[in-house]
Design a protein around this ligand. Sequence first.
Ligand SMILES: Cc1cc2nc3c(=O)[nH]c(=O)nc-3n(C[C@H](O)[C@H](O)[C@H](O)COP(=O)(O)O)c2cc1C
Length: 242
Amino acid sequence: MELKEMIYHRKSFRSYDSNQTEINTLRKIEDFIKNAKRLYPQEKLSWEIIGPEKIKCILPWRAPHNIAIYAERNTKALVNLGFVFQQVDLYMQSIGLGTCWLGMGKIANTAGEEFTDHSGMKCVMMIAFGSSEEAYRSDIAQFNRKSLAEISDTEDTRLECARLAPSAVNSQPWYFIHDGKVIHTYCMDRFFRKQVLGDMNKMDVGISLAHIYLENEESFNYFTAEDAPEQKGYLYIGSFEI
Ligand SMILES: Cc1cc2nc3c(=O)[nH]c(=O)nc-3n(C[C@H](O)[C@H](O)[C@H](O)COP(=O)(O)O)c2cc1C
């Protein structure tokens, strides 16, 4: 299945079998990560694939593999992380694997210390993956999401792909405002005082932008608008034309 079709069938997997993913497939995933489109190419991003034995985590389930993702904690870096790794997430599901973004209950090594990469950048997210007996979604009715009217100033069906995006605790923090051909993108700031959830909400907005990019690969043009209107209770993230 193409990545843009996977948007309508993907889900979070929370049970895995113990089969190890083949080395060849792991290499393909690493290649895909290297080549995935960046929203902010200047933002640093690094990752590694690690086994469950390296992670201390309160969740009751484990996957055979995890991508540990390292980034700085500024808005652009976090939006970029969501944008890049949602392409990866859809890619892994498109080749038959189960995946789940993993931001809670996390993210320490077995000594209880935060993971850092070789340059000292912290692990701010993981994605669990592996083979699973569970099925993908067969119907959009199986998504539990806000309506188009709740996430946008006009009910623009081109934003259906963004509406269906996954988000931390299904918080769906994205909001879109139309201005002629331009669509401005915002992030709800409800959780910003709680650093971890606030950070994840910025990744969530990057995730929803990845869905818009994949649905409009040829025409997607993303930029920072100087004249984006303020929206109370929201942080302006960026603008695009499709
Ligand atoms: C940034 C982010 C962090 C998440 N963290 C967790 C987590 O720690 N544990 C978990 O079980 N699910 C986690 N999820 C999965 C969400 O709960 C899930 O995407 C959301 O409830 C929507 O369900 P769906 O992915 O099946 O469509 C996370 C999702 C995102 C995008």
